[in-house]
Design a protein around this ligand. Structure first.
Ligand code: NDP
Length: 305
């Protein structure tokens, strides 16, 4: 009884070699070449074809290949009671924090402005730093580390979550969104994608931001109403954005973001799961599933993260 890896179109060699070197006794089948569906007890997924899990009557564990599980939960034919786990690992957190720190510093120290001035051979020593106060929407495994590291660097940082919590930094939750937005002029979205958070970054929210707030979205494309970001830029609610995620990926060549100078983009690479770092926790959960022990990094299916 073994593991199926289902991630259409991606090369799975690194995952397979990690699993095999950690535990060669676990049979691995890779989609679409799944010859023995009855033997599949655990499935490792990234953008699987909806409904495919119904082909595995002995499935006892679903693992996301990344930190997010929205790609799994959107399957309308997901087996109802099978537990779902996700990746939480230091390497993923480290890369994400580095990316956001880079985005904050780039805005704060105006690297784009100085690159432009270099091209113009212009020496302009005025206003070398933009004063920033950063707010992180979603302070879970990733967002919390971003707040910690930016705070350590001396920045003013606040966090926003869903439930009340005692944190070591200014923390807002639930209905305190307006108060949170008033404190900040750099907004980092690190939310999970759920029914509640889809379209969260919209014109109504941008209007409540301090004028000229800078946006960094590293969570999911569907958090952002892309058309309304363009309106918010035109109206000055938002001064610029660093975006790693989009509604449609790869971003279509006719998308207006390609031409928008105030938007800087990367192709969903803020933090990519490293099979070396993540394979051990998948196998640990495989072992726990076999022994009927509590799983690590299991998500709450009702909350959706
Ligand atoms: P966690 O589940 O650890 O944290 C989620 C946080 O969001 C919690 O603080 C939670 O609050 C908060 N939250 C959830 N719903 C709401 C809401 N409606 N309003 C306010 N706050 C809310 O997730 P991670 O930090 O591990 O990851 C976050 C997301 O980052 C992933 O789901 C994934 O989509 C994205 N990601 C993107 C990557 C990239 O390369 N671009 C790479 C990795 C992840 P509470 O604790 O109070 O419930």
């Amino acid at each position: 009884m073994g593991l199926a890896i289902i991630s259409p179109g991606k090369n799975m060699d690194a995952w397979i070699s990690n699993f095999q070197s950690l535990d060669p006794s676990i049979p691995i089948q890779v989609y679409p070449d799944i010859q023995d569906p009855l033997s599949v007890e655990a499935a490792l997924l990234w953008n699987h074809p909806p409904g495919i899990l119904l082909e595995f009557p002995n499935l006892k564990l679903i693992c996301s290949m990344g930190a997010g599980v929205d790609h799994i939960l959107k399957d309308p034919q997901l087996p109802e009671h099978t537990p779902i786990t996700r990746i939480v690992d230091e390497k993923l957190t480290w890369s994400m924090t580095n990316y956001v720190v880079m985005g904050v510093l780039n805005h704060h120290r105006q690297l784009v402005r100085y690159q432009q001035q270099q091209r113009e051979k212009r020496w302009d020593m005025s206003s070398p730093e933009i004063e920033v106060s950063i707010g992180v929407l979603g302070v879970g495994a990733l967002g919390n580390d971003i707040v910690d590291k930016l705070s350590y660097m001396g920045f003013k940082v606040s966090g926003f979550g869903k439930s009340p919590k005692i944190m070591s930094y200014p923390y807002y939750f639930g209905s305190q969104l307006d108060d949170f937005l008033q404190q900040i002029n750099v907004l980092v979205c690190m939310l999970p994608l759920t029914a509640e958070t889809e379209g969260y970054l919209n014109l109504e929210l941008f209007k409540k931001c301090n004028p000229g707030t800078y946006l960094i979205n590293v969570a999911r494309g569907k958090h952002l109403n892309e058309q309304e970001l363009l309106v918010a830029l035109e109206r000055g609610y938002i001064s610029g954005a660093l975006l790693d995620v989009f509604h449609v990926e790869p971003l279509p060549s006719n998308h207006p973001f390609w031409e928008e100078e105030r938007i800087m983009m990367t192709p969903h690479i803020a933090s990519v799961t490293n099979p070396n770092a993540a394979a051990p926790q998948i196998l640990e959960n495989f072992r726990r599933m076999k022994m009927s022990q509590p799983l690590i990094n299991q998500i709450n299916r009702i909350k959706g993260y």
